[in-house]
Design a protein around this ligand. Sequence first.
Ligand code: ZN
Length: 207
Amino acid sequence: MLDLLDGLLTLLAPSRCPGCDEVTEGGDAFCAVCSALVERTTDPGAVFEYGGPVADAIQRFKYDGRSELGAALGSLMAVHAGRWAGKVDAVVPAPLHWRRRRSRGYDQAALLARPVAEALGVPAVLRGLRRVRNTPSQVDLPHGERQLNIAGAFAPWRLTGLARVLLIDDVRTTGATLGAASQALRAGGVSEVHGFVLAARVLGQAA
Ligand SMILES: [Zn+2]
């Protein structure tokens, strides 16, 4: 019965590869073609190197309104989050400013955080931080200006009692965003912050 239901759901909304958008057979990961192209990173705080199908997937997810990709991409992160099992009390996403969330309709880091938290058996504290400044997109800025742009952009919000946090974002380039978010978490009483992103972009690499 469950198989039948699953089959019907697949017919209604077939799962698509986040990288190339082709319909895939069962499963939420990249298709065979994209799987051969994605690059895992040795960086312990990231799953993939930014580029190829991973960059395409993130582009679709963030800028083409494809919020449903959050579940698939978040599940990929969850698979690689094992190193933090039993070592964090909660998963907290680096949030968008409410204006940007409203225009996009969703907050991508929050969608990624949910499956990771579920896999680790800890709460996803989606309102742990809040973005107090609506900063220009980091993507449009030279690397040297990113730190200045993002400094003080986050503030602690609802963090009561959390000591160890896994901080989630989609992409890390200079680490300026994660750094600013970590600072806010520490200001809110968190003693240990680990950053975890879907993709790490190498400095100087084109967007
Ligand atoms: Zn694909």
